[in-house]
Design a protein around this ligand. Structure first.
Ligand code: CAA
Length: 380
């Protein structure tokens, strides 16, 4: 077993780290406060090849492995978790899905611009009554000749406003549960397709989340991805990889919490000495460090198994549950170490705690991840 990163992975880490510290860090508190989408940062991430890291170069991507992806995601999210989720959705939910399941026609037309970062994608599965129970969706796609006509409402769509293309799941046959769900690619601007207002969120406020409305939207039948009825399995297979991305986002938040805690506790003087001289602080920092290392190993193991084409879904779920819980614990302790200062908006410290929370919810709640893990462990 070899824990050493390859030269390519080390270079990816260095590039992502320097970019995040130099380019993303300025303005991060203001973007969070005012809900400003990190447009310039995302454009620069596209130039660095971060928007389609794992996609084969012939489809416009970076052709790198999944471990490189987790490393870049961690570094970006360490500085701005909002940029992290924009990147994660485009890479692991949109580009991955298209590369694995779409026709060459769709890859040529949509994957190339998405993987190179010239266009941005969104993944739209959830509906008001279908969150964890995702197959209980009502959005309906009616086939007529060479087109489908789609009507319905989707919600909690990350990148919903700023995206150009949306991966959309809709029912093509009612009454047969998940076997009636199909997957489509829909372009923004098509008649009858409207986006809702940007949601006002607790965290990851610089990324956009909104509802999508479809009113008899006409889409070409060749924009169906896979076959009719395969949509739900395509969604779940894609989410397996997505969960590695979100775990990496959580890890970045946890690492930021540790870094800030170390720096502040070494410089904050109380009772005539740095607060890091107190065991009460040292133990918090030790726990953060230990849990972060464990989360990182779980994430890299899941990424490695994915690349080896081994069964990895339950390992991705383990990585996501654990890393998101570590992010919550580390960011909460980070605020505690910073005391009153950390509670202030302008400190940028309380943002870590707010950003961490969503990692326990989206792309499958911690409870759903435990269902996935237990099902695998209990298999006969
Ligand atoms: N890959 C491929 N197929 C899979 C699969 C996987 N990982 N897991 C299950 N399947 C198959 C099953 O074998 C089954 O097929 P058969 O009927 O042919 O055997 C089919 O898919 C349905 O599986 P289940 O019966 O297990 O389905 P379920 O309704 O019980 O749901 C679930 C399982 C795990 C709860 C699933 O619904 C789930 O993961 N829910 C959470 C949804 C979610 O993660 N939503 C996130 C929204 S996207 C988002 O957050 C993006 C964003 O903007 C950031």
């Amino acid at each position: 077993m070899n824990f050493q990163l390859t030269e390519e992975q080390i270079l990816t880490q260095k590039t992502a780290r320097e970019f995040a510290d130099n380019e993303l860090a300025p303005g991060v508190v203001e973007r969070d406060e005012k809900k400003i989408f990190p447009k310039e940062g995302i454009k620069q991430m596209a130039d660095l090849g971060f928007m389609g890291i794992m996609v084969e170069p012939k489809w416009g991507g970076g052709g790198m492995d999944s471990i490189s992806y987790t490393i870049a995601m961690e570094e970006i999210s360490r500085v701005e978790a909002s940029s992290g989720v924009v990147m994660s959705v485009n890479n692991s939910l949109v580009c991955y899905l298209l590369e694995k399941f779409a026709s060459d026609h769709l890859k040529e037309k949509y994957l190339k611009p998405l993987a190179s970062g010239n266009k941005l994608g969104a993944f739209s599965l959830s509906e008001p009554q279908a969150g964890s129970d995702a197959s209980n969706m009502r959005t309906f796609a009616n086939k007529d000749g060479d087109h489908y006509y789609i009507s319905g409402t989707k919600n909690w769509v990350t990148n919903g406003i700023n995206s150009d293309y949306v991966i959309l799941f809709a029912v093509t046959e009612k009454g047969i549960g998940h076997k009636g769900v199909s997957c489509f690619l829909v372009e923004k601007g098509w008649d009858g397709f409207e986006t809702g207002k940007a949601e006002n969120k607790l965290g990851i406020r610089a990324s956009d989340t909104c509802e999508l409305y479809f009113d008899n939207v006409k889409i070409p039948a060749k924009n169906l991805i896979g076959n009719e009825g395969e949509g739900f399995k395509i969604a779940l297979a894609t989410l397996d990889g997505g969960r590695i991305g979100i775990a990496s986002q959580a890890l970045g938040i946890a690492q930021a919490s540790l870094n800030a805690s170390v720096a502040y506790s070494n410089e904050r003087i109380q009772f005539g000495k740095p607060i890091s001289k107190n065991q009460a602080i040292q133990f918090k920092i030790a726990d953060m460090g230990m849990e972060i290392e464990a989360a990182r190993l779980l994430i890299r193991q899941a990424a490695w198994k994915k690349d080896q084409k081994q069964n990895y879904g339950h390992l991705a779920s383990m990585a996501k549950v654990y890393a998101s819980e570590v992010a919550m614990r580390a960011s909460t302790q980070c605020v505690q170490i910073h005391g009153g200062f950390g509670y202030m908006r302008e400190s940028g410290i309380e943002r870590l705690m707010r950003d961490a929370k969503i990692t326990q919810i989206y792309e499958g709640t911690s409870e759903i991840q435990r269902v996935v893990i237990a099902r695998e462990l209990l298999k006969k």
